[in-house]
Design a protein around this ligand. Structure first.
Ligand SMILES: [Fe+2]
Length: 373
């Protein structure tokens, strides 16, 4: 597999630490409304759906999906809105009340640290923080360009009262700050009843089936060839999509296409993934513990809430370090099953050769268990 050469400083830029995340408090039209201000939006990988040209993006390189984050002040709400793609939240700190539906009353659920929720495209959703001031969630949006946010009518109507509009490509125009609606620019209007009725309704049972928590679920100890080797012991969780797996009767918790897969491993110190590469972009997010990621010849130690983007084709080793077990989330670009290309040393330890090694295909029936998003 051809791999571009990366200088150490180029790799260092792909190790995006929690302290590198940069908040934008005016990323969305609703932050100008009373009771909605102060929302912090982060764009870690890709620009996501930010509506502000002042948003800092840590890494713009296309991955097939976007990774961002959000935190909210006490008593504030992230307004009802919908996306054209799947949106997945990984709760890291704080408790959050999610509610959804055209009027936000189709269902609600309180999520806590470790919970992951995949909200179908075309479903109006909102969330508010409950409890602790200390709060943060990662958010994942499918595709390189997830398009623009569709806000509920009350947001568009209230914003207009303040002189704030959104262009059809989803950028803010704040006439109260002297910006003008340029000739030829159309601004978004409230949805008609007919348009609104085209949006999804998602029952509480359907939404409940789209929630996962590694700490409440059994992982699989035999998902990869290296699990049997020294340093490769781990439990693998297939959370969304085909992802990467090699052995065992693996089936993800959520199988409808998201344009990316999401998995997680738990491992004791000294264990993780032995050396391999893959032909899709991979992003790591630390859930618990400390981890060492080696890309080529360079090693980086990462901690809770840090993010790493590993280039396509790069040889990598991933190891839990420190003195406590860890959780590491992995996102992979694309809907396809990901094939691991084990290093020669791993194949030798397995007693096989590269040209004869063949992982067992198990999950190839595409029985999507949840409505398409
Ligand atoms: Fe959203």
């Amino acid at each position: 597999m051809f791999t571009k050469h990366y200088a150490p400083e180029e790799l260092e830029k792909r190790v995006i630490r929690k302290s590198d995340y940069t908040a934008c408090e005016e990323a969305f039209v609703d932050t100008c409304l009373p009771g909605r201000e102060g929302k912090k939006n982060y764009c870690i990988i890709g620009a996501g759906v930010t509506e502000s040209d002042r948003q800092v993006v840590n890494l713009r390189e296309p991955h097939g999906f976007n990774v961002g984050g959000v935190s909210l002040p006490t008593g504030k709400i992230n307004s009802l809105h919908s996306h054209l793609t799947a949106e997945v939240f990984l709760v890291v700190r704080g408790d959050w009340n999610f509610f959804w539906g055209h009027n936000g009353d189709d269902g609600e659920v309180v999520l806590s640290p470790g919970d992951i929720i995949s909200i179908p495209a075309g479903t109006f959703r909102a969330f508010e923080r409950v409890g602790s001031d200390d709060n943060f969630m990662f958010s994942f949006l499918g595709e390189d360009d997830p398009g623009h946010v569709t806000w509920s009518n009350d947001v568009i109507e209230q914003a207009a009262e303040y002189g704030i509009y959104l262009s059809k490509d989803g950028m803010l125009i704040d006439t109260s700050k002297g910006q003008n609606i340029a000739a030829g620019i159309e601004v978004l209007k409230p949805l008609s009843t007919e348009q609104l009725l085209r949006y999804n309704r998602t029952s509480p049972a359907e939404m409940a089936a789209r929630i996962y928590n590694v700490n409440r679920s059994a992982g699989r100890s035999e998902a990869f060839a290296d699990c049997a080797l020294a340093g490769g012991a781990k439990q693998y969780h297939m959370i969304i999509g085909e992802g990467a797996h090699e052995f065992g009767n693996c089936r993800a918790h959520i199988l409808n296409p998201h344009a990316f897969s999401l998995g997680a491993i738990t491992a004791e110190p000294g264990n993780g993934f032995l050396a391999h590469s893959m032909n899709v972009p991979q992003v790591l997010v630390v859930g618990e513990g400390r981890w060492r990621v080696t890309m080529g010849q360079e090693s980086f130690d990462i901690e809770v809430e840090d993010t790493v983007s590993i280039p396509v084709g790069m040889k990598r080793e991933i190891q839990c370090i420190g003195d406590q077990a860890g959780i590491l989330y992995q996102a992979y670009g694309g809907n396809q099953r990901v094939t691991l290309d084990w290093s020669t040393e791993v194949l030798e330890a397995l007693g096989t050769a590269k040209d004869t090694y063949s992982p067992q295909p198990i999950c190839n029936d595409n029985r999507y268990s949840i409505m398409a998003a």
